[in-house]
Ligand binder design. Structure first.
Ligand code: DC
Length: 232
């Protein structure tokens, strides 16, 4: 379908939620490109929060201190489709490391931290976007016209992550990643505030045996059927 040009309705907001490694990031980028919409990865904000605490040697379990530091750091942070810049420097690749990801899932369980990041997310989404995360369709943009819930088996998600990480870490086993992803999934789905969930109205896509471009095509056809985009 990618030979077509698409026109989205004005201010179209598309929420893509799903667990780690489900392919949300790749698919969101492709979909945004097809539709000419900015793509915002909300996981980076939780990663930024954790990374800032780590840099300042703050105990990640000390919610008050993490939050206070976050509020101060936000003043020097820019978040955009290109990633996150802090004090004018691109720190996105540092944020994407596995250890920062693990710490991010701990700070993401805090209601106060989530509330602080909510306004940052809503401000940027106003004029239309593709936004990916865990609670976009349920909490951040409940009014989003297009909502998707992307999943894949834990083994396939671990395999995808392993194929990215093994270049720098040849000793890494898929089993190790399966354990890590399972623990993160449980934390993200069982937390009290804004847990990862399949919100009503979100179209579920299981990408276990689909390529990213097939997932994007499926999304485009759903959006077209809902008259949220039109082929030119
Ligand atoms: O998608 P990711 O791996 O970059 O996300 C990092 C952590 O942040 C992950 O444990 C889930 C959490 N997160 C969240 O709770 N809500 C979001 N909207 C995005 C990410």
């Amino acid at each position: 379908m990618s030979h077509l040009y698409w026109q989205p309705i004005e201010g179209l907001q598309i929420a893509i939620d799903g667990p780690s490694g489900s392919g949300k990031g790749t698919v969101a980028l492709e979909l945004g490109k097809e539709l000419g919409l900015p793509v915002l990865d909300t996981g980076l904000l939780y990663r930024f929060t954790a990374w800032q605490a780590q840099q300042a040697e703050i105990d990640i379990h000390n919610e008050t201190a993490v939050l206070q530091h976050l509020k101060a750091s936000l003043k020097s942070m820019q978040w955009s489709i290109d990633g996150i810049f802090f004090l004018g420097k691109d720190c996105t690749s540092q944020l994407r490391s596995e250890d920062v990801g693990g710490l991010a899932s701990l700070v993401a369980a805090s209601n106060n931290i989530r509330k602080t990041l909510l306004d940052v997310q809503r401000d940027l989404a106003q004029s239309g976007c593709v936004m990916d995360g865990r609670d976009i369709g349920s909490v951040v943009l409940p009014q989003a016209q297009g909502k998707f819930f992307l999943t894949a088996s834990v083994r396939e998600r671990a395999r995808r992550r392993w194929s990215q990480l093994r270049v720098n870490d040849p000793e890494l086993s898929i089993e190790h990643i399966v354990q890590d992803l399972t623990a993160r999934d449980q934390r993200d789905a069982k937390r009290e505030c804004a847990p990862l969930s399949h919100v009503e109205g979100a179209i579920k896509i299981d990408s276990t045996i689909m390529r990213a471009d097939e997932v994007v095509d499926r999304m485009l056809s759903v959006l077209e059927r809902k008259e949220l985009i039109k082929a030119l």
